[in-house]
Design a binder for this molecule. Structure first.
Ligand SMILES: [Zn+2]
Length: 138
């Protein structure tokens, strides 16, 4: 009788352990399957019409774009977007354009881009075909 109850307890423990492991594995799998989509979201930086550099959202890094006449634009990355942190241009319009994120891209005037006309710098948050199709034509 006593050993039978012990066996029952052991079986419950094994089942509990299996459930905990399964939940943990599921959580890990969900994390892993969601992470790459975010991490690989690409940002392309063009200067004078040519690709200057590429970066990725979520790294918290900055890319400095230097022109031939001392122009300088600092592009900063956040968890969800990208923005022009500083620029040597006279009008500072690129900084006023704020941050591009996947959430605000459909309502921004410049859509998925930040444009610095004086320094000829364009920052583009690369969209999937589906996302691009979702943006209404202006
Ligand atoms: Zn500018």
């Amino acid at each position: 009788m006593q050993s039978g109850r012990n066996n029952a307890n052991r079986i419950v423990l094994v089942i509990l352990a299996a459930v905990v492991l399964a939940v943990g594995a599921a959580a890990l799998f969900l994390n892993l399957s969601q992470a790459p989509a975010k991490a690989t979201r690409e940002v392309r930086i063009y200067r004078a019409g040519k690709l200057y550099a590429t970066g990725h959202l979520g790294q918290g890094e900055e890319i400095v774009v230097r022109g031939e006449d001392g122009e300088e634009n600092v592009v900063a990355f956040t968890e969800n977007g990208v923005y022009m942190k500083s620029a040597t241009c006279h009008n500072q319009l690129c900084i006023g354009q704020g941050e591009v994120t996947l959430e605000n891209v459909s309502t921004r005037f410049y859509r998925n881009e930040i444009i610095c006309l004086p320094n000829r710098v364009t920052v583009e948050l690369v969209l999937t075909d589906e996302e691009a199709a979702d943006i209404p034509d202006v």
